[in-house]
Design a protein around this ligand. Structure first.
Ligand code: BTN
Length: 245
């Protein structure tokens, strides 16, 4: 992975560029990096704050020939790879909030957005979009983000070389991706569970059928979160966002 790297100054979104590169034949492992994004995308239609030179804004092209419904597993795998690479490069107490947000002391430091295209019920390609707030200072955040977002530099008290972290991430991802393609999701699931700040905690989430409140209990084989509600009922949450209570 990362044999072909495309580096840009300012782009709308590295995701858009990666999709276009795939359309013109870019192979698995192609990596798109930008200094700044003017229309960085987050999950669930949100925007992603991507100021110039302060973070890692990147998109990685993957072509796993697995069923489309395995996508949530890849989402969790990406979070594990990212979390482990950050732990290797800087001294912070970081954990994963389901499905793939990385938090330090309850504040978000990194997010992942997977966009995919399928064919005949198999994934044709996946663009793993990764945003890591590396060297942002408090004043680099708009007021409304300051209570919910943070950066590696703020939390560790030191500037971090972005190249070192990108490299560490690619190595970690490569290793876990090979393990996943060979052995399936179970080893990844164990690693995810060990890094989770969600399991055994009270959570709240909104589903099409209303609000679900309970204790996040475990991950299942598809990557869904099993929640045990007040009356002992087990409910699976497949997508969306959860609130830690
Ligand atoms: C989230 O937590 O909502 C996901 C954020 C993903 C942001 C990254 S930054 C690089 C890539 N390009 C985008 O436009 N989004 C992803």
């Amino acid at each position: 992975l990362g044999q072909k790297v495309h580096v840009y100054g300012e782009v709308d979104s590295t995701q858009t560029i990666a999709h276009a590169l795939v359309a013109s034949g870019a192979p698995e492992g192609t990596l798109v990096l930008a200094e700044a994004q003017t229309a960085g995308r987050g999950r669930m239609g949100r925007a992603w704050h991507s100021p110039a030179g302060k973070g890692i804004w990147m998109s990685l092209v993957l072509t796993p020939r697995v069923p489309v419904y395995f996508l949530p597993q890849l989402t969790l795998l990406s979070a594990v790879a990212l979390c482990r690479s950050i732990q290797k490069v800087c001294q912070v107490d970081i954990g994963i909030k389901w499905p793939n947000d990385l938090l330090i002391k309850g504040k978000k430091v990194s997010g992942i957005l997977l966009e995919s295209s399928g064919e005949d019920e198999r994934l044709k390609y996946v663009i793993a979009g990764i945003g890591i707030s590396v060297n942002l200072k408090v004043e680099d955040y708009p007021e409304e983000l300051r209570s919910v977002a943070t950066s590696l530099a703020i939390e560790s008290g030191a500037e971090i070389k972005r190249e070192t972290l990108v490299q560490a991430f690619l190595l970690e991802f490569e290793e876990l991706y090979a393990l996943y393609l060979e052995k399936g999701f179970s080893p990844i699931r164990l690693l995810w569970e060990a890094l989770s700040v969600t399991l055994k905690r009270p959570i709240r989430t909104h589903s099409p059928s209303g609000v679900i409140e309970g204790i996040a209990d475990s991950l299942d084989d598809s990557g869904a979160l099993t929640v045990i509600t007040g009356n002992g009922e087990k409910i699976k949450v497949y997508s969306g966002d959860i609130e830690l209570r």
